[in-house]
Write a protein that binds this ligand. Structure first.
Ligand code: 5GP
Ligand code: MG
Ligand code: MG
Length: 180
């Protein structure tokens, strides 16, 4: 397939991961998770907004009884991750004793997920794991075990399939990376 280029705000992006590959990888992840969480009635917590497409496509392929709910983290802006601690908003489920799987769009420095996991652990779940669509291993600043990753990518800014650049791009079915 020929690469496609789009412009969002002031930046150009070109196709990087096509929908078919994304879905193929998510399907494998869903099979693995379904196998490993048999009999555990896991509670998936999708982190909005970025994980909405990933969560949807993953959940359709989970073949065991499970629950899904949605949380938000207090603000995050622009292209760079800030060092701020983000508070969990909208968690109405009791996670005590539950097997929790956090669904994230992307783990970059790991700061967000590190923090989120600590906040969830304080509530006494039976276990907490992370499933992330994307991981930038070269950027990780925390000793983090992101157990389920659809794809590891280099340190390039990406948009599409739920991920945004200042609000734009979440609706794209493919993932694009910034043209530098
Ligand atoms: P971390 O705390 O791991 O550094 O950053 C996680 C958050 O930063 C992600 O949930 C996402 O919102 C944002 N982020 C990090 N890298 C990218 C990227 O390449 N593209 C987009 N759109 N967001 C990113
Ligand atoms: Mg995120
Ligand atoms: Mg964003």
């Amino acid at each position: 397939m020929n690469p496609r280029t789009i412009t969002l705000h002031d930046c150009d992006f070109s196709t990087y991961l096509y929908e078919e590959e994304i879905i193929a990888r998510i399907t494998m992840l869903a099979e693995q998770i379904s196998e490993e969480y048999k009999g555990k009635n896991p509670l998936f917590l999708a982190v909005l907004n970025g994980s909405f497409m990933f969560a949807s496509d993953l959940m359709k392929r989970i073949s065991i009884p499970c629950e899904i709910s949605f949380i938000r983290l207090s603000s995050y802006r622009d292209m760079e991750s800030t060092g701020n601690v983000k508070e969990v908003l909208g968690l109405t489920e009791d996670v005590k004793g539950r097997h929790v799987v956090v669904l994230e769009d992307i783990v970059d420095t790991g700061h967000t997920v590190h923090n989120l996991i600590n906040q969830l652990r304080a509530k006494g779940p039976a276990s907490v794991e992370v499933a992330s669509l994307l991981l930038k291993p070269d950027c990780l600043q925390h000793k983090l075990d992101v157990k389920y990753v659809a794809k590891s990518i280099p340190n390039d800014f990406v948009v599409g399939y739920g991920l945004d650049y200042n609000g734009l791009g979440r609706n794209l079915r493919d993932i694009y990376k910034i043209v530098s």
